[in-house]
Design a protein around this ligand. Structure first.
Ligand code: TYM
Length: 331
């Protein structure tokens, strides 16, 4: 049995990228493994949300995790800030994380380019906090999308460095939990290579989106004037639509449109209509559950309390061991 850990930043609703990148098969995962699913609310402070937004977003992700089928009895579903032991491990790991390696991290470089007015220390040390999330439960498998591959590599580096430094084989090496051969990158609808919350208006399809919203977003997706030669290579925006179809539509549907493309007979309007309907069929059960659970305050509170207790039990054991290994002892 593996210890699986998966995290999501509470900066908006869950979208198809989150679902297919990090949560696909998680019903099976929670039946087979010891699973931790958490809401990375400390991480979200790097962008300075208001207290009201932070609170609302954490609640929304909690609801959506539950709506997606996560069972708080089987898995440990918790809010990161309910487990302050994470912060202590973050401090320990920061002592052995070098500024140079943190500065070379791709997501840090992207962030400082996008937001030169907010280059805070939390952004720089984002990978050590993420490593602390993983190592605090000594997780062995981490379901992530392609965008988190480097962060996971850094978690391995920090864990191994700790083990070497103190001569203890304490932290196992966390590996990606792959749903296929490769880590997934779900594209966006506005020509952006990645579906994401900060990738612009209309880029992401959320599990909570109403059918009409989905239709509007998909019909607006970027296309071109169509192929002119049989078997022509698809430009990125078109490839993106096919990628999305691959995850939500039936294999025959995908094949049908592939053939039309290859024969230069494709009509993007038809393809988008089909894609929108398949996305609606996929998201509808989630949307309905989201509404039901959002109205059940007692269930949400109970799930969070159960998760807090289980997560703290595991985290406090790790901190106890780590303190001992480092040399903090009672006098
Ligand atoms: P976040 O909140 O950006 O995304 C949550 C998860 O969804 C995946 N994901 C995608 N996968 C494929 N295609 C996409 N377009 C796409 N967009 C998002 C992400 O890879 C991620 O797995 N730093 C993390 C949160 C985090 C975490 C952790 C994750 C904090 N600590 C420890 C795992 C382990 C983040 O910002 O993910």
């Amino acid at each position: 049995m593996e210890t699986v850990l998966s995290g999501i930043r509470p900066t908006g609703n869950l979208h198809l990228g989150n679902y297919f990148g990090a949560l696909r098969n998680f019903i099976d995962m929670q039946n087979q493994h010891n699973c931790y699913f958490f809401i990375a609310d400390y991480h979200s402070l790097t962008t300075h949300p208001t207290p009201k937004d932070l609170h609302g977003n954490v609640r929304q992700i909690l609801v959506e995790y539950l709506a997606a089928g996560l069972d708080p009895e089987k898995s440990t579903l918790y809010i990161q800030s309910d487990v302050p032991e994470v912060v202590e491990l973050y401090l320990f790991l920061n002592m052995n994380a070098y500024v140079g390696e943190l500065e070379r991290c791709t997501s840090f470089k992207d962030k400082i380019r996008q937001n030169p007015q907010n280059i805070n220390a939390g952004l720089l040390t984002y990978p050590t906090l993420m490593a602390a999330d993983i190592l605090i439960h000594r997780a062995t498998k981490v379901p992530v999308g392609k965008d988190q591959e480097q962060h996971l590599e850094m978690a391995r580096t920090f864990g191994n460095r700790f083990n070497r430094m103190y001569g203890h084989d304490y932290f196992p090496e966390p590996q990606a939990y792959n749903f296929g051969k490769e880590l997934v990158k779900i594209p966006g609808l506005n020509g952006s290579g990645k579906m994401g919350k900060s990738e612009g208006e209309g880029n992401a399809i959320y599990l909570a989106d109403e059918p009409e919203t989905i239709r509007k977003k998909v019909m607006k997706a970027v296309t071109d004037s169509g192929p002119t030669e049989a078997g022509q290579k698809k430009p990125e925006a078109i490839e993106n639509l096919f990628q999305l179809m691959k995850v939500v539509s039936a294999p025959e549907t995908l094949k049908h449109f592939e053939t039309l493309y290859d024969n230069c007979q494709i009509r993007y309007g038809d393809m988008k209509k089909q894609l929108a309907e398949d996305m609606i069929a996929f998201t509808t059960p989630f949307r309905e559950r989201i509404k039901e659970i959002a109205a059940d305050e007692a269930y949400i509170a109970k799930a969070a309390a159960m998760g807090r207790e289980k997560a703290r039990a595991s985290a406090s054991q790790t901190i106890k061991d780590v303190r001992e290994i480092i040399g903090f002892r009672a006098y």
